[in-house]
Design a protein around this ligand. Structure first.
Ligand code: GA4
Length: 329
């Protein structure tokens, strides 16, 4: 066991724990097998920017294969994992998040969903069988991307937009700038000693992309922020997916949908493993409110491309409200 000295622990942020974690039972639940769900889906995106999806059609086999590859990777000695780093733009990262000084009690792999660009470094780490990891990753990402596109098409329907694929075509584009992330929140035994405190695994933020699809093992930790600014704990469910509205979708709906502020607290009993697909547009894509959603209203945002937004986002701190510089005053 690696013991953390006081100065090391001081780099991390803590939040006061409400002792017994009370889970929020009102997370919107969307059954993808019911075509009627599109109205619930729109409501969930307006109210929370967040919902849970069941009957998603992603084979359980793809999920468990990727999870076991991820667990295998994170169980390697640090000296081995380090060979797959640094994480910028893609690779292994430990505690440090982004390039602007954010830290969390997390280690991760940041990957592009573009097969050709998967770095050669992975061959070194996955030594005997890099193909197995890649294969599990490709199967999972293809299935999750398909589901994300179905969800985006239901959203367009629910919003009465004529062009059903107005959002999904951005993810389907060959140039789509989508990202995939595997997170491991290890146990931190020292924290058990700190009464009433929870360490921040991944600090509060919104996702810059269009849509994020998250799946985790059965370990709690994810919290979302609701309108009044309070945090609610999301009950874990390893058989379902959780969907986040990203900043770009908030802009495309002229603020009707809200990108959800979320964070992850460490769990002192069980390690958390999560996998997230961030569906993004091509770099050159203009991100602007769809005319059919404007209804004579002015755009709340200045004109910008995904490249410009991404550059600005990656220069920001995790907790910043990244859309502010792009709002029309
Ligand atoms: C949040 C969503 C994705 O995990 C991510 C993150 C990225 C990173 O880890 O490098 C960022 C963060 C995320 C937003 C602000 C910047 C960039 C860390 C950070 C401080 C991969 C992404 O696209 O944006």
């Amino acid at each position: 066991m690696v013991l953390l000295s006081k100065p090391v622990l001081e780099q991390f942020s803590f939040v006061k724990n409400s002792k017994s974690t009370t889970f929020f039972s009102g997370i919107p639940l969307i059954d993808l097998s019911k075509p009627d769900s599109k109205h619930l889906l729109v409501k969930a995106c307006e109210e929370f920017g967040f919902f849970k999806v069941i009957n998603h059609g992603v084979p359980m086999e793809f999920i468990s294969k990727l999870e076991s590859e991820a667990v295998k990777f994170f169980s390697l000695p640090f000296s081995e994992k380090e060979k797959a780093g640094p994480p910028n733009p893609f690779g292994y990262g430990n505690k440090s998040i982004g390039q602007n000084g954010d830290v969390g009690w997390v280690e991760y792999l940041l990957l592009t969903t573009n097969q050709e660009s998967i770095s050669q470094r992975f061959s070194t780490v996955f030594g005997d069988n890099p193909g197995k990891f890649r294969c599990a990753l490709n199967d999972y990402v293809s299935a999750v991307k398909k589901m994300a596109c179905e969800i985006l098409e239901m959203m367009a329907d629910g919003l009465k937009i004529q062009q059903r694929n107005v959002f999904s075509k951005l993810l389907m584009d060959e140039q789509s700038d989508s990202v995939f992330r595997l997170n491991h929140y290890p146990l931190c035994p020292e924290i058990q000693a700190l009464n009433d405190q929870n360490m921040i695994g991944f600090g509060e933020h919104t996702d810059p992309q269009i849509i994020s699809v998250l799946r985790s093992n059965n370990t709690s930790g994810l919290q979302i922020s609701v309108n009044d600014g309070s945090w609610i704990s999301v009950p874990p469910d390893q058989n379902s997916f959780f969907i986040n509205v990203g900043d770009s979708l908030q802009v495309m709906t002229n603020g009707r949908f809200r990108s959800v502020r979320h964070r992850v607290l460490t769990n002192s009993m069980k390690a958390r493993v999560s996998m997230i697909y961030f569906g993004g547009p091509p770099l050159s894509e203009k991100i602007a409110p769809l005319p059919s959603l404007m209804k004579g209203k002015e755009s709340l945002y200045k004109e910008f491309t995904w490249f410009e937004y991404k550059r600005s986002a990656y220069n920001s701190r995790l907790a910043n409200n990244r859309l502010v510089p792009f709002e029309r005053i």
